[in-house]
Design a binder for this molecule. Structure first.
Ligand SMILES: Cc1cc2nc3c(=O)[nH]c(=O)nc-3n(C[C@H](O)[C@H](O)[C@H](O)COP(=O)(O)O)c2cc1C
Length: 201
């Protein structure tokens, strides 16, 4: 049975990024009728930011952790388990201040875990997420950041998320951006929906 994990991050009821993710997931469910979907919205969950105790617990070898440190890692462990158990990861992200919302970053900070999803070696960072997982990222932006745009270099979402997932060993990453959300017409939404239709499930 295939698993899909959908991480939404917009707090908006009419979120464009969430809508795109839902359209994709509905297609995936048709192709995988027995598939299991786990859904989270980071803007609703109020995930904790890493504090001194959590950072220390992250980097403390498992056999040396105190009971309190183990307890403090329970949420992070659960989120990592979810990520490792999934075949397909779907991220829905509005562009906020050229990047991803802080609540999505909070989820990221909890799943990027030494010895669980990455390790530091003499050669650098090595991803520990088993190969074969596919990642689909759906973003919505007010502006336009494509190659033809003079603002292209301000897209800190796609390069950031590509680098991040690559560091965990996840290199099969597809993006669909719905841009110019502040312009009337819905043209970019139509194009984004077409791209979703063309994605190989
Ligand atoms: C706090 C905030 C920051 C934003 N920053 C940007 C930005 O840097 N660049 C941009 O193109 N649009 C920006 N926008 C516009 C959103 O990306 C746009 O409204 C998008 O549709 C939001 O996604 P959602 O519909 O999934 O919530 C911002 C909107 C908000 C509320």
């Amino acid at each position: 049975m295939a698993n899909l994990l959908e991480i939404d991050s917009s707090p908006r009821v009419n979120s464009v990024s969430t809508r795109l993710a839902r359209v994709f997931v509905a297609r995936w469910q048709v192709a995988n009728p027995a598939g299991r979907v786990v859904r989270r919205n980071t803007s609703e969950e109020k995930l904790p930011y890493l504090d001194a105790g959590l950072v220390e617990a992250f980097f403390c070898p498992e056999q040396e952790r105190s009971v309190e440190q183990r307890r403090s890692l329970e949420l992070s462990d659960r989120l990592v388990d979810e990520l490792l158990a999934t075949d397909v990861l779907v991220i829905a992200a509005p562009m906020w201040n050229f990047g991803v919302p802080a609540s999505l970053k909070a989820w990221i900070d909890l799943v990027v875990r030494p010895w669980r999803t990455f390790e530091l070696t003499a050669e650098g960072v090595r991803g520990l997420v088993p190969p074969g997982k596919r990642v689909f990222v759906f973003t919505a932006r007010g502006g336009s950041y494509g190659a033809e745009s003079k603002y292209g270099e301000l897209d800190f979402q796609e390069p950031y998320l590509r680098a991040l997932f690559a560091s965990l060993g996840m290199v099969d990453v597809r993006f669909v951006h719905a841009e110019q959300q502040h312009h009337a017409g819905g043209e970019s939404m139509r194009r984004a929906l077409e791209k979703i239709e063309a994605l190989e499930i």
